[in-house]
Design a binder for this molecule. Structure first.
Ligand code: TYM
Length: 381
């Protein structure tokens, strides 16, 4: 089978998502799961209506278990290698919506250790500081501190280690290498790291001291961790974690997902609004090289980073989105106009967001897992 260029550390801008789920072995989200969700939430988030969240593992079973009153929780996270960009907050926006609609607690992992091991130039003190900076973004989205618990790996390892030791014993180096593409020169911190990301999917069961169904809303790039987690869960006595996967917001350049490794093509939540507007105005689009050609042949919204910003984040109204799609396709809408309409939306979003983000500094402590839960004990198996 052809190589798939999506891993937890890199991804193309326009991925063949259908092929990806076949290779990964996940299931496409269908009307069946979508209407099961709607029957619990009453309405649907645009990211579900538009299949931005488009694939899953056992999401249907999770919803059934939730409906039948089983203990359930949410889990997602962030590798704090720098400031947060709009791609990162995409799954968090949906996670917040799920928390509000379903009343679920969220466990949020900040992997300052992972990013220290992954990025040669990053000191642990820096990735640790980013863990707290990135927490401000989570809080600015409006998560409820009573139901949101942030775990910072380097400081909260005592919560994970009793689970991680047992997880580690179930995973061989050959599985790690095959799943993550590790080589002989990969440092052993990074080789161990997946154990910790997997351990959090079992943490709620330990903290609540009862079997807890966990749903992980996150980008499809994180799926390799969950394949292993699901394989080993039964032998450790934990429920298999379920997933719902989002597509990746493309960067504003000609290639690649929006990524911290390409700052010029990413919009950070900390960008001054005018800088973000300039990035939008310089974005690479799916348009034709000249106005004449664009009018005659139309653009290609399916491969346009600007259209994807509307579809995935900045246009709530389905009808308006459809209009934009067809105006682009038929050449009625030029790329310059489309960007000029997006730039102020992004700027206004950032202005409001940054106010909330600053206010969040005073309340970060309330969100930290430590202090709210006892550390899990080593269980007799
Ligand atoms: P990280 O920091 O790379 O990404 C954080 C979350 O953002 C998603 N994501 C994107 N979504 C849409 N468009 C993009 N361009 C984009 N780029 C990133 C990721 O899929 C992820 O959901 N190892 C993890 C940290 C982690 C984690 C977790 C993530 C620990 N536990 C549980 C998800 C779920 C990481 O480095 O994520």
């Amino acid at each position: 089978m052809e190589e798939v260029r999506v891993t937890p550390w890199e991804a193309e801008a326009f991925v063949d998502y259908d092929r990806l789920i076949k290779v990964f072995g996940a299931k496409p989200l269908t009307e069946r799961e979508v209407s099961a969700l709607k029957s619990l939430t009453g309405e649907l988030h645009p990211m579900v209506r538009r299949y931005v969240f488009y694939s899953h593992r056992d999401f249907d079973i999770y919803l059934e278990r939730l409906r039948s009153g089983a203990r359930c929780a949410l889990y997602t996270g962030r590798g704090p290698s720098g400031y947060t960009h709009l791609g990162h907050i995409l799954p968090w926006i949906f996670t917040k919506w799920l928390q509000d609609r379903l009343g679920l607690e969220l466990f949020f992992q900040m992997t300052d250790d992972e990013k220290f091991w992954h990025d040669e130039r990053l000191e642990l003190s820096e990735s640790n500081a980013y863990a707290y900076e990135n927490s401000l973004d989570l809080i600015a989205l409006g998560f409820d501190y009573r139901k949101t618990h942030i775990i910072v790996d380097s400081e909260d390892i005592g919560y994970l280690y009793p689970i991680a030791t047992r997880v580690a014993k179930k995973i061989t180096y050959s599985v790690q290498r095959a799943t993550f593409g590790f080589t002989d020169s990969t440092n052993v911190g990074l080789v161990f790291y997946p154990v910790l990301q997997i351990a959090v999917s079992f943490l709620p069961t330990e903290l609540y001291d009862e079997p807890t169904e966990v749903l992980i809303p996150a980008g499809i790039d994180q799926d390799p961790y969950w394949r292993i987690a699901r394989d080993i869960a039964p032998s450790l006595g934990y429920p298999k974690p379920a997933q719902i996967h989002n597509k990746l917001l493309p960067g504003l350049g000609p290639e690649g997902k929006m990524s911290s490794s390409k700052p010029e093509t990413a919009i950070y939540t900390t960008d001054p609004p005018e800088v973000a507007s300039q990035k939008v105005m310089r974005a690479f689009t799916g348009g034709q090289p000249t106005v004449e050609l664009q009018r005659r042949l139309g653009g290609n919204p399916d491969r346009c980073s600007v259209y994807k910003m509307y579809e995935m984040l900045f246009e709530e109204d389905d009808e308006k989105l459809r209009e934009r799609y067809w105006s682009c396709r038929t050449g009625a809408l030029l790329c310059g106009e489309c960007k000029a309409q997006l730039a102020p939306r992004v700027a206004t979003f950032l202005q409001d967001f940054q106010k909330r983000r600053e206010r969040a500094r005073d309340v970060v402590d309330r969100y930290l897992l430590r202090g709210k839960f006892e550390k899990p004990r080593v269980r007799k198996s």
